[in-house]
Design a protein around this ligand. Sequence first.
Ligand code: CA
Length: 278
Amino acid sequence: MIRQLLLVVLAVTLVTGRPDKLDAELKAAMEAKAFMEAKAAMEAKAAMETKAAMEAKAAMGKSNDQVSGKGGSDVNDGGRLLSLPEADACAQRPKHWERNGHWYFLSTNVSSYADIKSDWLDARNLCRKHCMDAISIETVEENDMVLDILEKQKLPYIWTSGRLCNFKGCDREDLQPVLINGWFWSGSGVKLAKTNETPAGWGYQPWSATGHFKRAQPDNAEFEINETKESCLGVLNNVYKDGIKWHDIGCYHTKAVICEDSPPLLQYITATNPNIKL
Ligand SMILES: [Ca+2]
């Protein structure tokens, strides 16, 4: 149990250790959230391995209550948690594209995932199993790569790791209004540029100028229809006759995902499996 707790602490440190990218307060909020998720996942995994199925099920329920009782987000509806990586799946992760020593894959081009569309959290977990995460698009070059993939593969849409900061710890003044200043890449922990301006150095606005209500994105449109928040960022391929553009979308919608290497998760598996080749 002590070893498991140490692993959790290591995982949380690795997953969230980007002090250069986030200011301390937001980082603390994200750490608390990641810690809750990682701890609950570890507890659930330990329970699954050591107890009978009924006991494990009860433990899962208890862990889930702990998460949802501490400001768990709308993404975690259903009691699901952020997964930890698996060593074998990391060593054998699909490698479709490489940029600067960093690998990517498209879920629908992997035979075992070809027919799978996932909601946002499951999409991240599909990637995380392989020491990757849903793609974080921090640069215009990376976005151009995504546009190229969607166009050439004729994909209607994909999930990214983009997430609206609308959970506990996000009610800070500098993140308001949240639709403009409250977006971040959950895979890398990097904050997005203001959503109502072309990001510095990009030369074009990646967010769509239109959507369901013909408003510029992000617009949280679905909330006005059925009170579901559009808390997750997907790239849509001309769904609104708008080209290949970013949209805020309800996290329950199911899509393929582009995964990219997660250095913290790769470091975590390397640290816990000394002889592994990743
Ligand atoms: Ca929208």
